[in-house]
Design a protein around this ligand. Structure first.
Ligand code: C2E
Ligand code: CA
Ligand code: CA
Length: 884
């Protein structure tokens, strides 16, 4: 039943209505993405932290911030004690900047290897007189006599010179490793001794100078600061050598000796230096007054005084005003020396085989703040340069939390928006549903043209109204406008409608005044229910009604006088309202037969003459028991193609001119509908089996299933048996079920649906728009096709351009179901319904219910479009006509 187009539209609808949902999902995805990004950034950050630690260590190595707590002496903490003992002979004292680096570098390795480390500080940077040296020697002599050392590590020029001078006395045959030696000549010479090897200390002055010139290409003068320490003297010689280098031609090399001035005087000197000059602070430990300064102290004083940048060639001072420099990493070198010593002690290497080791490790350092101060570019710094004080950008610092938060907040906002949207959409959909339900409810009960109750309401009242119960007095009256058909044809439908409205209002007024209710029963037929009274032949009411018709009615520019035939019946004990209704109908027939414009009151005698209700029942029973019924088949036609896509099987009685509209309710009342249900099922299965046997492809045939049939507990078994017996696949049969079955929340109905589903039988909802018509349940009931009842089509086709009908069709389709409209009689109706999106049409316009043989011919033809009906085909989103 469902056409390709409707599936596509449904998909589109899902896409549209899903915006709120899709926003929710998108928002959620963003939040999850935020979480993932956060996780990834955290992992990256923890990796970066490891890098950062390494970098921090490097920063420590070039500044003066080494943590003293890490330095321990005494028992090794690492592995087993090796029993080896090494003496570290240092030219420095513990206040010296690189001292901690050296000790900790040594300890890291020796602790690990279980080597005991002793230190002896010569403090030559501060105390280097003859007397000082003698006292040192005394200490060394004492120590060496006391302790058995397996090796010596000597740091700096002074210590190496001491070892060399006293090798035979105190250090005979002991392996000696030196580092931090600036005097290349001395170091090279010492390394020739089979017991000595070591690392020369690059003075770094050339690298520092090159860096300074790269940063300040306009430099004219270099002023180096020296003092009287041994190292300083060695470097100053190198400095003088450098000044000869051709690459520095055009550059003036000057120097200042810190040891010749008081600090204040020295600073005064420095402050005179003008733009174009740079300072290279080599060494400034002791001033002319003999006062000692730490590196931070002297660098701070000098750089505060100077207006030109100060560069450094060794650790420290970079946080105290020095701009940049190239410095040795003593900790690394100490580590290398200690490792080498361990290898020698373990016999893996021998000093005699070891040539002078490579230069110490070193790196470039710049201070970001100072660089900014002197407007120096941070671009093109050598790789691995340690940058101090570099401000961390917001994103560097908080990016790991910022980006995920941004994503999550965006996600949340989208969710909030999506929720809002969804709520808005739902509210709107619910409002639509309520509106349509309310309108449906009204339309279910009322006749659209006249506004009074409709036939369904009248029948419902007859079935249920407490005022019409057995034993009470009431009367049913049927009123039929005489020759209305002719008037309609003569003056047109519009005028006809006007007349009907006017009649309805008059009757309404009359009913209102007489404790009665009126309903439009058919085209020109009205029914009146009089409560608490009976009618007599000469009743004032009957008179009034007849008079009401006789008055002149304007029609166009003309006037007409209407006439009516009226049939009435009073209640009788032992007979229910349905019977009274039938009596009234019979009386109406009688009135018509008597020449119209008259009223007949049903009497018992009259009824006996006529076929009585009992006879009706008997005829029905007889038909059921004696093969007195047959089926007719009405095609259901695809609105786009004209193809027959289904047939509805409708039951007929063979020998009586009674329609199913009459006998089915009677059968239901009397409990015979189960038999009729099985009968029709058998007839249909047999017929479909025959059709299939001819090789014809038979579209599904629907059988009407009455709610009363629920009592037939083994109906589905019977149906299955019939299918099998006639070789009919389940897909060839559909059941039409009225909505009451879905509504009653009936367990038996649920079972039935399940059994039918298991059998593979499709369900259609019949008569939509005549019953409860609450739209909610449409979404969960197990039907794929909804049949919109004729009354809805008749009532709403032209009203307001049929917008309401269009809304109903749309709503049903929006719930994913296809629609069949019943009772379509004209081309106009058909085209309109097609426009509204109705999938399928069953009605006289295409075909009346047909005998089996005629139905067969129709199916063979396949297409029921009239010559001037145009097939349409969906192409993309627009509907396009196929050229014929
Ligand atoms: P229904 O199920 O609503 O069936 C559709 C009725 O509308 C049929 O009336 C059909 O002939 C009629 N119809 C179809 N097209 C048009 C049209 O264009 N104009 C007009 N005026 N009428 C049209 P029918 O055959 O008289 O059946 C009346 C009702 O009796 C059915 O209404 C259904 O409720 C019941 N019925 C008929 N056959 C069976 C059956 O085999 N079993 C049961 N349980 N009920 C049946
Ligand atoms: Ca039906
Ligand atoms: Ca119907």
């Amino acid at each position: 039943m469902r056409s390709r187009g409707s599936t596509r539209k449904m998909r589109r609808k899902l896409q549209d209505a899903g915006l709120g949902y899709r926003l929710l999902i998108g928002g959620m995805a963003l939040i999850i993405a935020g979480g993932i990004v956060f996780f990834v950034l955290m992992v990256r950050r923890s990796n970066q932290n490891a890098e950062q630690d390494a970098y921090d260590e490097l920063v420590d190595a070039v500044t003066s911030g080494y943590n003293h707590e890490q330095i321990t002496t005494g028992m090794p903490t690492g592995s087993e004690e090796s029993g080896h003992r090494v003496l570290f002979l240092s030219s420095y004292d513990p206040t010296f900047l690189t001292y901690d680096d050296q000790i900790s570098g040594l300890e890291e390795v020796f602790d690990e290897q279980g080597v005991m480390l002793d230190t002896l500080d010569m403090e030559t940077k501060k105390h280097s007189t003859q007397a000082d040296m003698e006292q040192i020697e005394e200490q060394v002599a004492y120590r060496m006599a006391q302790t058995d050392y397996d090796g010596i590590i000597a740091a700096d020029d002074a210590a190496l010179r001491f070892v060399e001078d006293h090798q035979d006395e105190y250090f005979k045959d002991l392996p000696v490793i030196f580092f931090g030696v600036s005097d290349t000549e001395e170091g090279t010479k010492a390394a020739q001794d089979p017991n000595i090897t070591g690392y020369l200390e690059g003075d770094n002055i050339e690298q520092t100078l090159d860096l300074a010139l790269q940063l300040l290409p306009d430099t004219k003068t270099v002023v180096a600061i020296f003092d009287n320490t041994l190292t300083s003297q060695v470097i100053s010689e190198n400095y003088m050598d450098l000044s000869m280098e051709p690459k520095y031609a055009g550059l003036t090399f000057a120097s200042l000796n810190f040891g010749e001035f008081s600090l204040d005087d020295f600073c005064a000197q420095v402050s005179l230096l003008q733009e174009g000059a740079i300072i290279v602070d080599v060494s400034a430990f002791q001033d002319g007054d003999g006062i000692n300064y730490t590196v931070p102290q002297s660098v701070k004083a000098i750089s505060s005084a100077a207006q030109v940048p100060v560069f450094r060639i060794s650790k420290g001072g970079f946080r105290n005003g020095a701009v940049a420099g190239y410095v040795n990493l003593f900790r690394n070198t100490a580590r290398q020396a200690a490792t080498l010593m361990c290898e020698i002690l373990n016999g893996e290497k021998e000093t005699k085989d070891l040539a002078l080791q490579e230069q110490m490790t070193a790196c470039y350092v710049v201070n970001y703040t100072q660089m900014q101060k002197f407007h120096l570019s941070m671009d093109d710094l050598p790789e691995g340069t340690v940058i101090l004080n570099e401000p961390e950008s917001f994103l560097d610092k908080y990016g790991f939390i910022f980006y995920p938060t941004l994503l999550m907040v965006a996600g949340l906002l989208i969710i909030v928006f999506g929720l809002g949207w969804e709520v808005k959409e739902r509210t709107k959909a619910e409002q639509d549903q309520r509106r349509i339900s309310a309108e449906l409810q009204f339309s279910n009960e009322h006749d659209h043209l006249t506004g009074i109750y409709n036939r369904q309401t009248a029948l419902a009242k007859i079935a249920q109204d407490g005022r019409l119960k057995n034993g009470s007095d009431y009367a049913v009256m049927m009123v039929d406008v005489d020759d209305f058909k002719e008037l309609n044809e003569k003056y047109g439908h519009k005028s006809g409608d006007g007349l009907l409205k006017s009649v309805a209002w008059d009757l309404q007024k009359l009913a209102f005044a007489n404790n009665a209710e009126v309903a439009r029963y058919g085209g020109d037929e009205f029914i009146l229910l009089f409560f608490d009274r009976h009618l007599s032949d000469d009743d004032e009411i009957i008179r009034q009604i007849m008079a009401l018709f006789r008055k002149e009615q304007p029609i166009g520019i003309d006037y007409v006088v209407l006439h009516a035939s009226v049939g009435a019946a009073n209640s009788e004990i032992g007979h229910d309202a349905n019977e009274v209704l039938i009596w009234a109908e019979m009386a109406l027939q009688k009135a018509k037969q008597q020449g119209k414009n008259t009223c007949t009151l049903s009497t018992r005698q009259m009824r006996e003459e006529n076929r009585s209700y009992e006879q009706l029942k008997a005829a029905i029973l007889h038909a059921i028991g004696n093969d007195g019924m047959y089926m007719v088949y009405q095609p259901q036609v695809n609105t786009k193609t004209g193809q027959i896509v289904g047939l509805e099987a409708l039951v007929r009685m063979k020998d009586a001119d009674i329609g199913p509209g009459t006998f089915i309710p009677i059968a239901e009342e009397n409990g015979w509908i189960r038999s009729i249900g099985r009968l029709t099922t058998r007839l249909v299965c047999e017929q479909v089996g025959k059709w299939i046997a001819t090789g014809l492809s038979v579209p599904p045939v629907s059988i009407n299933y009455s709610a009363e049939q629920l009592q037939d507990l083994t109906y589905v078994d019977y149906l299955k048996q019939q299918l099998e017996a006639n070789h009919v696949p389940a897909s060839c049969i559909k059941l039409e079920i009225t909505e009451s079955l879905f509504m009653d929340n009936n367990q038996r109905a649920e079972e039935l649906f399940k059994e039918l589903k298991d059998l593979g039988i499709m369900l259609l909802m019949d008569d939509f728009g005549t019953g409860y018509s609450s739209l909610n349940y449409l979404s969960y009931i197990p039907v794929n096709v909804v049949k919109i009842d004729k009354t809805l089509v008749d009532t709403y086709m032209w009203d307001n351009d049929g917008i309401f009908l269009r809304d109903v069709i749309r709503l049903v389709k929006d719930l994913g179901k296809s629609t069949i409209c019943e009772g379509v009689e004209t081309k106009g109706q058909f085209e309109r319904l097609r426009e509204f999106g109705c999938d399928c049409i069953q009605g006289y316009y295409f075909s009346r219910p047909l005998s089996a043989d005629d139905a067969f011919l129709s199916m063979q033809r396949g297409n029921l479009f009239h010559e001037d009906d145009t097939p349409i085909e969906e192409a993309g989103d627009e509907i396009r006509l196929i050229e014929s």
